[in-house]
Design a protein around this ligand. Structure first.
Ligand code: SF4
Length: 335
C-alpha cells in the first residue's frame, strides 16, 4: 500500500513544507521529470532546480529516497501527479489510496488538478490601467474667450453651467452665473460663491445678500429691477479660499462678456479681491475706496467703478457701514 511506503520523517517534512513555502499544486516539477527510473530521486531540469531552490525545497525534493522495488510501477508513475492533487508536499501523495488505485485511464483526469509548471515562478499579473474614457481636456482661457465672444446672456449662462475650464468645476453644486434685472443700471461684482450660493445657484444669498439688498434699497436700487449681481469666479472655491490666478484667468472671459452684454451704467465692486482683480491692482481697499475708477469693456466703453466693502465684512465690522454708505452715495452721484 502507498501509505505503508511513506516514511514517517517524510510525512513530517510534508507538513513543514506546507507552512514554510506555501506551495501550491503548480509548484511541483512536471510528472515526466519527477521520478528517476530506479532510485526515486526526482530528476529536474536546471530551471526547475532553481525554482525549488527559490522556494527552499531543493534539498527536500531532490533527496535520494530509498528505492521501493515492491511498489507497483503503475503506482510509482501515479505518485507525482497525485501528490499535488492532495494539496500537500511530495511525500503526502502516496498516502492517498484513491490515487494509488487509479487506473492509467484515470491519470489524465487528475492531471489538471495536479498541473505542474517548470521554470521560474509566475510573476503577478502586470497592473494595467482600467480602461476609462479620457476626459476631455479643459479648455484654455483663450478657447473660453472664443466660445463666449458672440454668446447671448442665455447662451453664456448655459456655458457657465457646463464649464470645465478650471478645477473648481469638480467641487461645485451649482455654477453661479449671476442674477438681476435688465436693463442694468448697476452691476455689483463680488468675489466668488460661498456655501449658500453654491447650494442655491444664486449670488449673494443669506445674511450677506440681505444686507446687500438693504444697502441697494437705501439708494433706490433693486436686484430684481435694475441691478445685476455677479462674481468674478462662478464656482465656489473649496473652503472659501481665495481663487487661484489660473482660476481667475479661466473664468474672467465670462465676466467680461457679462459686462459687455449688460452695459451697466455703474459697477460697484465689493471686497478687496474683486476690486483688485477687476482693476488689475494690488492696492488695498482703503486706497481704492472714495474715488472713481474706470473700467474699459470689450467695445472700449468706459464704465465708472466704485469700490466698497464686502457685505460679509460689514456684518463682522458694523462700524464700517458708515463708510459703505459713503461709497453708495459716490456711486449715485453724477459721474
Ligand atoms: Fe468654469 Fe469659472 Fe467654474 Fe472654473 S470657476 S469651472 S472657469 S465657470
Amino acid at each position: 500500500m502507498m501509505a505503508a511506503a511513506t516514511p514517517p520523517d517524510q510525512a513530517a517534512r510534508t507538513g513543514a513544507s506546507r507552512t514554510s513555502a506555501s506551495r501550491t499544486d503548480a509548484d511541483a516539477p512536471t510528472a515526466g521529470a519527477s521520478v528517476s527510473g530506479n532510485a526515486g530521486a526526482p530528476r529536474v531540469n536546471p530551471l526547475q532546480r532553481l525554482w525549488l531552490r527559490e522556494i527552499g525545497m531543493e534539498r527536500l525534493w531532490l533527496r535520494q529516497e530509498p528505492a521501493a522495488p515492491s511498489r507497483p510501477a503503475a503506482a510509482q508513475a501515479q505518485q507525482p501527479a497525485s501528490a499535488p492533487a492532495a494539496g500537500a508536499g511530495p511525500a503526502a501523495a502516496p498516502a492517498a489510496p484513491a490515487a494509488a488505485k487509479a487506473s492509467p485511464a484515470a491519470a489524465p483526469a487528475a492531471a489538471p488538478a495536479a498541473a505542474v509548471r517548470s521554470g521560474p515562478p509566475p510573476r503577478p499579473p502586470a497592473r494595467t490601467r482600467e480602461a476609462s474614457p479620457d476626459p476631455a481636456p479643459a479648455p484654455t482661457p483663450a478657447e473660453v474667450a472664443e466660445r463666449v465672444r458672440d454668446a447671448s446672456l442665455e447662451e453664456l449662462s448655459a456655458q457657465v453651467q457646463a464649464c470645465t475650464a478650471c478645477g473648481l468645476c469638480h467641487g461645485r453644486r451649482h455654477a453661479v452665473f449671476g442674477h438681476g434685472g435688465q436693463p442694468t443700471r448697476w452691476m455689483v461684482i463680488g468675489e466668488a460663491p460661498g456655501e449658500q450660493e453654491d447650494r442655491q445657484g444664486l449670488p449673494f444669498v443669506g445674511r450677506s445678500g440681505q444686507l446687500l439688498d438693504a444697502m441697494l434699497a437705501s439708494v433706490g436700487m433693486s436686484r430684481e429691477r435694475d441691478v445685476f449681481i455677479a462674481n468674478v469666479i462662478k464656482c465656489r472655491p473649496p473652503g472659501n479660499r481665495n481663487p487661484k490666478p489660473e482660476e481667475i484667468a479661466a473664468c474672467s472671459p465670462y465676466l467680461m462678456r457679462q459686462i459687455a452684454l449688460l452695459k451697466p451704467e455703474r459697477i460697484l465692486v465689493v471686497g478687496r479681491f474683486a476690486a483688485q482683480t477687476l482693476l488689475g491692482t494690488d492696492a488695498t481697499i482703503g486706497n481704492l475706496r472714495g474715488r472713481i475708477h474706470r473700467f474699459k469693456d470689450e467695445s472700449g466703453r468706459e464704465i465708472p467703478v466704485v469700490v466698497s466693502y464686502h457685505p460679509a465684512y460689514l456684518l463682522r465690522s458694523p462700524s464700517e457701514k458708515a463708510r459703505a454708505w459713503q461709497d453708495l452715495r459716490l456711486a449715485c452721484s453724477q459721474l
